[in-house]
Ligand binder design. Sequence first.
Ligand code: NAP
Length: 275
Amino acid sequence: MDSYVLFGHPVAHSRSPWIHAQFAAQFGYEQSYESVDVVPEHFEETLWNFAEAGGRGANVTLPLKEQAAMLCDELTPAAARAGAANTLIRLPGQRWRGDNTDGAGLLVDFERLGIAVTERRLVIIGAGGATRGILGPLLELAPRQIVIVNRTPERALQLVLESGAIGVVQAWSLDDLASVGHADVLIHATSAYRADGLPPLPDELVDAETVAYDLGYGASAEAFLAQVRRAGARLAVDGLGMLVEQAAESFLRWRGVRPQTAAVRENLRRLLADG
Ligand code: NAP
């Protein structure tokens, strides 16, 4: 039986095992996909042991994505650009290729929702691993501007410098959110599970033209989405679609086939609603 895992800390909450079980069933594949809680100090050894035991592929989540990229023997352009890997593909020997499917997953979901990026002004709140993964793919769609706003502005600045698109991409401090101006597309990419940790969104940021997307999903996205709905956003959506699509992109890289996602997304939505 082919063996896959999700590495992260914590991972108990993750829906990835459920999603990948649905995907495997579509093709009649027998596979195992388990969550493995591992702290950064033990990640290298755990990954090596998994490869030795015949592991075929892995997903990687918080806080291990950047470390995963460093541990891989090769990186795809998406992972190299992000400096972070969320998908590990087994190579001959105990070797791994690192990829990053967060950006591809987000863009597939944007397409489903009709969210346009080209020539638009994007504001991303958060400058962590997720923003690293989505920045390059968003830039490829030629937005007018991407403003990255972060509690620690140095991390946003680092992303600007690494983006190779200084000027198009700008860094701001969360303390200056009131001056950021209007967002055509507003992306919430912090891990503050309640938007209580974020300052109130200024009036100028969101209006009836704004589309807002929270990379979090379910209960963790509720506070942010409630704020943008109150501010009159045209569309306010959580990241459940991205979650399923980035998983489908991982599956494609491991298996060479892309699963259907619509029913999986709808069933997962029902599952979350039922608690
Ligand atoms: P991360 O690397 O740990 O980065 C966390 C980010 O949140 C940083 O920008 C951090 O700011 C900020 N932050 C944390 N607490 C905050 C607070 N109280 N106030 C303001 N800012 C705060 O996490 P990540 O991997 O980027 O993930 C971010 C979110 O995206 C998570 O909710 C994750 O679940 C979600 N995500 C979803 C998908 C999907 O498929 N839907 C995929 C990837 C990630 P500092 O730099 O100042 O610490």
